[in-house]
Ligand binder design. Structure first.
Ligand code: NAD
Ligand code: LMR
Length: 330
């Protein structure tokens, strides 16, 4: 039975009183992921610090005040072992964000610990089919840590958020072509959610037929599109003084909705099984298709030499991040 045929689903959100958490919970309860027919048991988690728990309680009060018809039950937690009990859909957002001048991988040692504990808690408490999206940075390697800390769960239950990069690329292309985003498809962002990410429009289409790389020139892709998307997170931190939150929440909604309800083509950060020569267990951005239960990496795409070189660099960075967390995973 597809999960969506169920009347009530159990959803957990970590970091629920943080900036992204505050953006996402109201949209989940509005039906933006599971649709307007599926009720939600929402399990909100934040750290066991008085001020933070008070803020989480405040979020709970606001949720009550929305009188969402889709809210079946709301519970607040300071402990992931209770917060992940029987969870079927899990947004792992709670983690420290970077500040100006930092790279996301600078957060690894501090944030990595969080995902080891959360992976173990999911292993013990979650539904065996739990769909997990890691948003906290560095998202790909944190997803790897959670996946490795959950040996009893299928690796395909774990994913990392590359959808914000995908959406950023889509919007830049739509703007350049002066076409609505809904008319563009089949682009993807390979590799790491870091400045080495690789925007690939070589299979991209307008209105499902015209090739995007016949409509925009390669020079623009290399000198504008790729660096704009790769540096967008830093640009937002520079302008807002805070990292992206509403757009990140929106991308997380898109990621989970497409995983749950299906899509012909999107980007997800998922573990490699050796696909496209990317070593097993590296969590990389891949082009994927989703039926209403599982994702599959889209196979047999031709990758040109330049894109291949860039993917190799991004994958080397991911391998290096993995090596840096080997001790943590012991
Ligand atoms: P924030 O500081 O506003 O909120 C983080 C929240 O997480 C806080 O409420 C904090 O108490 C909580 N938290 C910390 N450790 C926790 C734990 N062990 N369990 C549960 N909750 C915990 O930060 P934010 O703006 O919401 O960003 C959260 C994370 O998402 C950051 O790491 C940020 O870099 C990342 N992010 C990723 C993407 C992406 O595209 N992958 C996009 C934007 C932000
Ligand atoms: C983003 O891409 O906006 C997030 O990963 C936040 C960041 O640190 O850039």
């Amino acid at each position: 039975m597809s999960k969506l045929e169920k009347k009530v689903v159990k959803v957990a959100v970590t970091g629920a009183s943080g900036h992204i958490g505050y953006g996402i919970v109201f949209r989940i309860l509005n039906g933006d992921v599971f649709g307007k027919e599926t009720k939600i048991d929402l399990q909100l988690i934040d750290i066991n610090v008085e001020k933070v728990q008070k803020a989480l309680h405040g979020v709970g009060l606001e949720i009550e005040d929305c009188a969402f018809p889709l809210l079946h039950n709301l519970s607040l937690h300071s402990d992931v072992y209770s917060g992940f009990r029987d969870v079927e859909y899990c947004f792992l957002i709670g983690a420290k964000p970077r500040g100006p001048g930092m790279e996301r991988k600078d957060l690894l040692l501090e944030n990595g610990q969080i995902f080891k504990i959360q992976g173990s808690a999911l292993n013990e408490k979650a539904s065996r089919t739990v769909k997990t999206l890691v948003v906290g940075n560095p998202a790909n390697t944190n997803a790897y840590i959670a996946m490795m800390a959950a040996p009893d769960l299928p690796k395909t239950n774990f994913s990392a958020m590359m959808r914000l990069d995908h959406n950023r690329a889509l919007n830049q292309l739509a703007y350049k072509l002066n076409k609505n985003v809904s008319r563009l498809s089949n682009i993807c962002v390979w590799g790491n959610h870091s400045p080495t990410m690789v925007v690939d429009i070589s299979n991209g289409l307008l209105d499902e037929e015209e090739k995007l790389n016949h409509l925009v020139d390669d020079g623009w892709v290399k000198s504008y599109l790729q660096p704009t998307v790769a540096k967008r997170g830093a640009e937002i931190i520079d302008q807002r003084g805070l990292s992206s939150a509403a757009s990140a929440a929106s991308a997380a909604i898109d990621h989970m909705r497409d995983w749950v309800k299906g899509t012909k083509w999107t980007t997800m950060g998922v573990p490699s099984l050796g696909d496209y020569g990317i070593p097993e267990n590296i969590i990389s951005g891949f082009p994927v298709t989703c039926d209403n239960t599982n994702y599959s990496i889209i196979e047999n795409l031709t990758i040109d030499r330049d894109i291949r070189t860039k993917i190799n660099l991004s994958v080397a960075e991911l391998k290096n991040e993995q090596e840096n967390v080997e001790e943590l995973l012991k």
